[in-house]
Ligand binder design. Sequence first.
Ligand code: ADP
Ligand code: NI
Length: 194
Amino acid sequence: MDKVTLLKITEDYVRSLFINKEPGHDFLHIQRVRKLALKIGNSVQNDTFLVEMVALLHDVEDHKLEDGHKVKDFLDTIDIEESHKEKILFILPRLSFSKYPLLPNDFPIEGKIVSDADRLDAIGAIGVARAFSYGGNRNRRMYGSEDSSIKHFDEKLLILDQYFYLDETKRIAEKRMEFLKEFYKEFIDEINEE
Ligand code: ADP
Ligand code: NI
């Protein structure tokens, strides 16, 4: 099967899984990560097929809760090179911030690229919107509790720029980080206004 066909089948598979997910984590997130990953990928490699496949599949399973079978079963149904399949199945379970905040230097570049793209989508204006969507979906407070959305900024989002791998990512991240910090500061100021 040629790469264009494989990508189309994978896109259709992922779209069907993500179509009704919450706004911060739906198929639009997958498409944004795919686009960002391609942009970063194109700055360092010629063939971005694996980058695109990993981006499309990166959220199919929550590896904190699942064992990787869903993606394996899917890949078994398509005519993809064995070495490509193995690489995808090696990368995916390791793209977890809580388990592997920093990947080893020799980790496959496709994994670093998709990790960068996923984290870029967690900062900037989109990142702000996603954090409140995530919290809102779980009926959490915006601020004033341990599990509030704004707490997530302190714990993760505001330090994400220490966890980027590629130069192109760092370039894209600059404006987004600046906005995120500005938003955070304004939010805290408004809450504390007399
Ligand atoms: P992904 O693997 O796509 O980053 P996550 O489930 O970790 O998926 O997060 C989805 C979105 O929700 C991200 O934008 C993330 O910053 C946000 N998010 C995750 N955990 C929290 C939380 N406890 N409070 C607010 N936002 C969160
Ligand atoms: Ni994601």
